[in-house]
Write a protein that binds this ligand. Structure first.
Ligand SMILES: Cc1cc2nc3c(=O)[nH]c(=O)nc-3n(C[C@H](O)[C@H](O)[C@H](O)COP(=O)(O)O)c2cc1C
Length: 167
């Protein structure tokens, strides 16, 4: 398997909880908290699975915001990136998982290959910066309202990402 890092930012633990589940599905990957890592220590990885929750109104999680500034200094042109995001579609239907969308917008100009785009049919939201050209840019998860759907979504998404990585 390509050398893979799962990197997450989490304020009250939901994104960490989900990152641990993704790690269970991909145990060969390294699991890293965004608050404890410098970008230069991540240069040796081929694939980054990046997860952030959304805070404020549509903002990146705090640790992830600091991390991503540093991460953007890396050459990402030969790297592959999969995104996952935590949000609350009931309380924030107009900014659902915007943090993941913002993350995508910051990374896209650096030219990585993105995998793990995900359909929106199964969600109930009005607007999301993470929903582009009819698909989510990564996997949205809602631990506040739909925790029972998380395991199934992760399992399907990880299979999809693994298949895309073989292409
Ligand atoms: C003050 C506050 C603001 C939030 N803003 C948003 C938002 O704009 N969009 C969204 O989808 N979720 C929003 N959320 C929901 C969180 O992203 C969600 O609870 C998430 O699971 C938290 O993950 P974490 O514990 O990993 O940080 C907000 C939650 C709080 C408490």
């Amino acid at each position: 398997m390509k050398k893979t890092a799962i990197i997450y930012g989490s304020s009250v633990g939901n994104t960490r909880f989900v990152a641990e589940k993704i790690h269970k599905a991909i145990p060969e990957a390294a699991l890293i908290s965004a608050e404890s890592i410098k970008a230069k220590d991540l240069e040796g990885f081929d694939v980054y699975i990046l997860g952030t929750s959304t805070w404020g109104v549509g903002q990146l999680q705090d640790d992830f915001e600091t991390f991503v500034e540093d991460f953007l200094t890396l050459d990402l042109s030969q790297k592959t990136i999969a995104l996952f995001g935590l949000g609350d579609q009931q309380t924030y239907p107009d900014t659902f998982c915007d943090g993941m969308g913002k993350l995508y917008e910051l990374l896209a100009p650096k030219g990585p290959r993105f995998v793990g785009q995900w359909p929106g049919d199964d969600y109930d939201f009005s607007e999301s910066r993470a929903f582009k050209d009819g698909m989510f840019v990564g996997l949205p998860l809602d631990e506040d309202n739909e925790p029972d759907l998380t395991d199934g979504r992760i399992s399907e998404w990880v299979s999809q990402v693994m298949n895309e990585l073989k292409l």
